[in-house]
Design a protein around this ligand. Structure first.
Ligand code: MTE
Ligand code: MO
Length: 247
């Protein structure tokens, strides 16, 4: 299993130790201290990405969790899944993994579950607080076994925009963040269609558009170059949304 944050922090510490030993002449010291600031800043930024998003009490939940973007994929294939109460739905987990998986909803629910009440922040300027339940993405990725070359996780959805599925991607720091889950329940009820049934991503340290709804595929990739138009997400590729939407 690769945890790039850890190896980067260790790498940063090693760099600092190396700098101390060569700091003999004043000019070098000045440069060293600048370098040290940069390394400290980098280390802080990397550590910071593990910070937990705030969690809330049940009575703070929004009465209605407003939907945004697709409210119903409405394709024949999706309608058939809804009709069958998602009995025929499977999450495909593939790409750079040692054990590609095809997971049913009962199997998703049988994994160890995490529950969290968090605030969703949409880039369009609204927020909502909801309670989410599901396995961590980590649990699923560990079951599939990431290959060493994996660097990003790509999500492909059931809803189409101009004939193309919505897609998003995150790096492994977010993929392994403890609050990054594949949620099948909102406020203890199976996800409503408008909020992404049967399964959606919750990546709580990122803005709303990263939280892919209507999940069909999860793929590990080494680079985003071959994903969509290369910027890693439907809106990143088409409007000026940042790929890294950390909050
Ligand atoms: N598949 C898919 N996922 C999506 C979207 C979408 O249109 N399709 N919209 C995104 C945006 S912009 C937001 S703010 C949230 C909205 O989630 P909600 O509908 O549960 O409020 O879903 C995100 N995930
Ligand atoms: Mo959004």
């Amino acid at each position: 299993m690769i945890l790039t944050r850890r190896s980067l922090v260790i790498g940063g510490a090693a760099l600092l130790a190396g700098c101390d030993r060569i700091a003999v002449i004043p000019e070098a010291r000045a440069i060293l201290f600048k370098g040290e600031d940069i390394h400290r800043g980098l280390q802080r930024a990397l550590m910071d990405r593990d910070r937990l998003a705030p969690e809330f009490d049940p009575n703070q939940r929004s009465r209605v969790f407003r939907p945004n973007g697709t409210r119903n994929p409405g394709t024949p294939a999706y309608n058939a899944l809804v009709e069958g109460q998602f009995a025929d739905w499977r999450l495909q987990v593939g790409g750079l993994v040692t054990h590609p998986l095809s997971i049913s909803l009962p199997q998703i629910r049988a994994l160890p579950q995490r529950r969290q009440i968090t605030r969703h922040d949409c880039v369009e300027g609204w927020s909502a607080i909801g309670g989410w339940t599901g396995p961590t993405l980590r649990t699923v990725l560990e079951a599939a076994g990431l290959r060493d070359a994996a660097r990003f996780i790509v999500f492909t959805c059931a809803d189409l925009y101009g004939g193309e599925p919505y897609y998003e991607s995150i790096d492994l720091v977010d993929a392994f963040h403890p609050q990054t889950i594949l949620a099948w329940a909102l406020n203890d009820q199976p996800l409503p269609v408008m909020n992404g049934a049967p399964l959606r991503l919750r990546v709580e340290r990122q803005l709303g558009y990263k939280h892919a709804k209507y999940l069909m595929r999860v793929d590990a990739v080494s680079s985003l170059a071959g994903v969509g138009l290369g910027k890693g997400g439907y809106w990143e590729d088409r409007v000026d949304y940042d790929w890294y939407a950390g909050i």
